[in-house]
Design a protein around this ligand. Structure first.
Ligand code: NAD
Length: 255
């Protein structure tokens, strides 16, 4: 087991500038923590500190109390809109130049990988900046929606509440995104698991699948996760710092 960045570099060397190299980067909430967006397992702040995100991000919670769930997402939406990519997002965008193919598979709904310039991003859990009809599952622009007396938005076609276009606990993932993510994991030479607790399925299965197919597995996370058990290399640290160092080390190899 490799446990520092320097020992990891020789394992990446054969993939750098290799015309057939394929790399998958699986990211989770930890990658956006340094942009000021709390992970689900961090204490939430301010007004929302008393709520457990794992109990708000569910279809049942929305059915029980749509206003509460909508307002929580409006708060998170504002946080994400104001957030900027951090050095971790920037480094991942920069890593594209070293590999023939680099795909980001993200559980994050904040859209920051694309803002940072990553070109191939699979959003497994949707995107917070979009809304959809909670009954018909079709996207609705806010400008076309109607507002209720209690400040919720409703679908102009059927009158059902709008909800964010994100995957809640207990819901199925968008099929195309999931199929592509599984295909990329099975075909890649290396998979990096970064800032994810490895507890949320089916994303948590991707590193295991890649490992079974022969990929080199790297974990970057300050804390151990179930993925640590199968990782070939583990770097304990924050994504921003570790990834910036990794890119600098790869640049030195290329020069
Ligand atoms: P999680 O909250 O379960 O776990 C976060 C992981 O990140 C932990 O393992 C933690 O040790 C690690 N971490 C914390 N700070 C880090 C840092 N600076 N650098 C690297 N790692 C760090 O998150 P998850 O595994 O993504 O799964 C939970 C669900 O939460 C997902 O469905 C995701 O959609 C959702 N979520 C998304 C966002 C976002 O879009 N930014 C934020 C919160 C939650």
């Amino acid at each position: 087991m490799l446990t520092n960045l320097q020992s990891l570099i020789p394992h990446l060397r054969p993939l750098i500038s290799n015309p057939s190299s394929r790399v998958v980067i699986l990211t989770g909430a930890g990658v956006s923590e340094e942009s000021g967006i709390p992970t689900f397992r961090d204490a939430q702040t301010g007004l929302w500190a008393k709520y457990d995100p794992l109990e708000l991000a569910t279809p049942d919670a929305f059915a029980r109390n749509p206003k509460l769930v909508w307002e929580w997402y409006e708060w998170r939406r504002a946080l994400c809109r104001d957030a900027k990519p951090n050095p971790g997002h920037d480094a991942l965008a920069a890593m594209e130049k070293f590999f023939a193919r680099l795909v980001i598979v993200t559980q994050n709904i904040d859209g920051l990988h694309r803002v940072a310039g990553s070109r191939d991003v699979i959003e497994l859990h949707g995107n917070l900046q979009r809304d959809k009809c909670s009954r018909e599952n079709v996207m609705v622009e806010r400008a076309n929606a109607c507002t209720t007396n209690d400040g919720l938005l409703v679908c102009p076609q059927c009158g059902a509440y709008l909800r964010p276009d994100v995957v809640w606990f207990g819901e199925t993932l968008p099929r195309d995104a999931l199929e592509r993510a599984f295909r990329e994991a099975m075909l890649c030479d290396a998979l990096f698991s970064i800032g994810t607790s490895g507890l949320v399925e089916p994303a948590a299965s991707l590193p295991r699948l890649a490992k079974q197919a022969g990929a080199f597995i790297v974990e970057i996370n300050p804390a151990p996760t179930p993925i640590s058990e199968i990782a070939d290399a583990i770097v304990r640290g924050k994504a921003g710092q570790v990834l910036s160092e990794l890119v600098r080390a790869m640049e030195r190899l290329g020069s």
